[in-house]
Design a protein around this ligand. Structure first.
Ligand SMILES: [Zn+2]
Length: 304
């Protein structure tokens, strides 16, 4: 697409989004490892339509029916080092608050994330026959990690922890983010997809990650479901473990029925340009146009 066509298309989207935003409460954005430039571009694409709010403002804004601009709360899953070294400093400079969801078993590069190990295996040798991403997502985390341990040993593959996109941030970096006013939440101990775990293990993943954060002196009020897979029963377990909110990946703006206990979020890719961000935000406003990146299609329409 020529840049002229893209500009014209975006001008139309901006008008449509401004209309769509009227009367809306807000949106939560689900990010991961955006670098400084990527987050700057995302903020400038969203700023005309939304007020960027902090986690502390969320409760009040969920209930408010004011005629202000709808709110936008930025969230980042996985707690990778780049969030501490690049993303948060840029957000601070822009005055945009955010929530960072940590995987406590991966802090400081203690263990590699399973999806980064799979990427490293794929890069190492294209001829290696590997289970698919969907196969791994269907496995309980212990089995998933056992299969990956075997494959990584067999092909002598390691994740490069010098890369801040591959390494989890350190506890010191997390503490600094909290001191700077960012909210920290939990994203389990082992990035376990909780809908394929036993209830007992799901409870452990949720409660132990929170305990570990608290032991490190961090406040932990919110929980993000890995891969976005959630059920009402899992939300209940998180609330019983002491969380006040959970977030999923249902790709919609905040709806009338949404409460702090379970909030939808719109996933944006690191490389999403302005046109893509505006298109996706508009599609999400319909409440049904986008598929859930959790792999659950449009089941978010009916609740689970
Ligand atoms: Zn994640």
């Amino acid at each position: 697409m020529s840049s002229n066509t893209s500009r014209k298309l975006d001008a139309g989207l901006v008008c449509a989004l401004k209309l769509a935003a009227r009367g809306a409460r807000g949106i939560l954005i689900n990010n991961h490892v955006q670098n400084a430039l990527q987050i700057r571009d995302q903020v400038s694409a969203l700023a005309p339509f939304f007020d960027f709010i902090s986690y502390d403002d969320l409760k009040e804004r969920l209930q408010s029916r004011s005629k202000k601009k709808p709110f936008c709360l930025m969230t980042f899953d996985d707690g990778k080092a780049i969030n501490a070294t690049e993303t948060a400093p840029e957000l601070l400079r822009l005055g945009v608050p955010a929530v960072f969801y940590l995987v406590t078993g991966a802090m400081g590069g203690k263990t590699a994330f399973w999806f980064d190990r799979l990427t490293a295996l794929r890069r190492a040798d294209g001829s290696v026959e590997l289970p698919t991403l969907a196969d791994f997502k269907a496995m309980p985390w212990r089995e998933r990690d056992r299969v990956l341990d075997e494959l990584c040993d067999r092909y002598d593959v390691h994740v490069d922890f010098s890369d801040p996109i591959a390494r989890g941030m350190s506890w010191d970096e997390a503490a600094r983010l909290q001191r700077e006013g960012f909210e920290l939440g939990s994203h389990t101990v082992d990035h376990a997809i909780l809908t394929v775990e036993t209830e007992e293990e799901a409870h452990r993943q949720i409660a132990a990650s929170r305990d570990e954060m608290v032991q490190h002196g961090l406040t932990c009020r919110s929980f993000a479901f890995p891969n976005g897979n959630a059920t009402r029963a899992l939300v209940e377990i998180a609330l019983q473990a002491g969380f006040e909110s959970t977030v999923t990946t249902a790709p919609v703006w905040i709806r009338r029925r949404d409460m702090l206990s379970c909030l939808p979020r719109l996933y944006l890719k690191e490389r999403a340009n302005t046109l893509h961000i505006h298109t996706k935000a508009l599609a999400a406003r319909t409440g049904f146009a986008l598929s859930n990146p959790s792999g659950e299609g449009r089941s978010y329409l009916f609740g689970r």
